[in-house]
Write a protein that binds this ligand. Structure first.
Ligand SMILES: [Fe+2]
Length: 373
């Protein structure tokens, strides 16, 4: 019987950050480490979180997470964690900070191990993970409710994939006010990443009608509000719906991802924004599904606002263009150097396991060339 996979305890509303003290008490965290990046400190968002820390609770801070987090970031954070005697993690930021927080929660509970002991080996991840609170400041990855984390090797050539129910944050604090300063390009890129999570969770061969309903609702929400958030970052109603959609995307990917993320991650080695890569891959992949998944594509088109007789692939391409995101990633500055190497990465992706139709090597090459443009 398909069921909606469990989500953590979510505090969702304007001002939800003020529930941080109660969340720490509930999880019996006496000395948390706050994990974030320098950009959020500079933007003043981190200060809004520290202002919500209850008086009298000591905490440590690690602000060294890179945009694409590396093992070295996690290890440096762990030095602070151990030196200061911390007993829980509060991750504040986008997917980079939250994924780093998940990795720290994992290492803190499994002493003597490295992330290599857990990459692709979910059976090694136990309930020993220390308590984790996630506070998203972008409306994108949905990492605040998902069970996975991606950490790059220090030379950025590989990604360690961590996945386990024990990596799901214990509590997610989703406060749309913390997303108001997200600039337009990141609003567009992270917001369209939400669409890809909902699309791939919806298309997954793991049949799960409740999760599919959440995914379609997330797509409707992004289609209705992303342009408002892009044009006016201070539009609080639009930010509320985008953050809700991001969480729904995080719930959707519990059903699995697919070729959109296989292509997007295969093209990620030059450091381009994840959301911009995957949303450019979406129209070619949806066209690849045509002829096999037409009923679902019709529902996707309706969710995108162009009606069941509309073209879902074209609707995504058109929305990308309105958000000034390229439909050809060469326009992000991507330079194709070795198409066979990139193709091999997509063919070998574990996201293929949940795809309703797995591209052959030749088909992946074609999808990649279309995405690059
Ligand atoms: Fe994504």
């Amino acid at each position: 019987m398909p069921i909606l996979p469990g989500v953590p305890n979510v505090h969702f509303d304007f001002g939800a950050v003020d529930t941080l003290g109660g969340a720490l008490a509930e999880l019996e965290i006496n000395h948390p480490i706050l994990v974030t990046d320098e950009g959020l400190v500079a933007a003043g968002v981190f200060d809004k979180v520290t202002a919500a820390m209850p008086v009298g609770v000591d905490y440590s801070v690690f602000t060294g997470v890179h945009e694409n987090p590396i093992i070295g970031d996690v290890e440096k954070g762990m030095e602070v964690y151990r030196t200061d005697g911390c007993d829980g993690v509060v991750a504040i930021g986008g997917g980079s900070s939250i994924d780093s927080g998940k990795a720290m929660s994992l290492l803190a509970g499994h002493s003597g191990k490295t992330l290599f002991d857990f990459s692709g080996q979910s059976q090694n991840i136990t309930k020993a993970c220390v308590p984790l609170i996630a506070i998203p400041t972008t409306a994108g990855t949905g990492s605040e409710v998902s069970r996975g984390a991606g950490i790059h090797t220090d030379d950025h050539t590989g990604t360690l994939g961590l996945g386990s129910p024990y990596l799901q944050p214990n509590i997610a604090i989703c406060d749309p006010d913390l997303t108001l300063t997200l600039p337009p390009f990141l609003t567009a890129g992270t917001g369209m990443d939400v669409v890809t999570h909902c699309v791939e969770g919806y298309m997954s061969k793991n049949v799960n009608p409740p999760a599919e309903a959440v995914a379609l609702d997330g797509i409707r929400r992004v289609a209705a509000y992303i342009e408002r958030a892009f044009k006016d970052g201070s539009d609080r109603e639009a930010r509320w719906h985008m953050l809700m959609a991001a969480m729904q995307g995080g719930m959707s990917i519990l059903a699995g991802l697919g070729p959109i993320h296989a292509v997007g991650l295969a093209l990620s080695e030059q450091g381009h924004h994840h959301g911009a890569l995957v949303t450019a891959a979406t129209p070619p992949v949806l066209r690849f599904f045509q002829g096999q998944e037409d009923k679902k594509l019709a529902y996707l088109a309706a969710a995108m606002g162009v009606g069941e007789n509309g073209d879902a692939a074209q609707a995504v391409a058109d929305l990308n263009a309105r958000l000034e995101l390229p439909n050809a990633v060469k326009n992000l500055g991507y330079e194709m150097k070795d198409v066979d190497h990139v193709t091999a990465a997509a063919v070998g992706s574990h996201f293929n396991y949940t795809s309703p139709k797995v591209p052959t090597e030749a088909e992946y090459k074609q999808l990649i060339l279309e995405t690059v443009g």
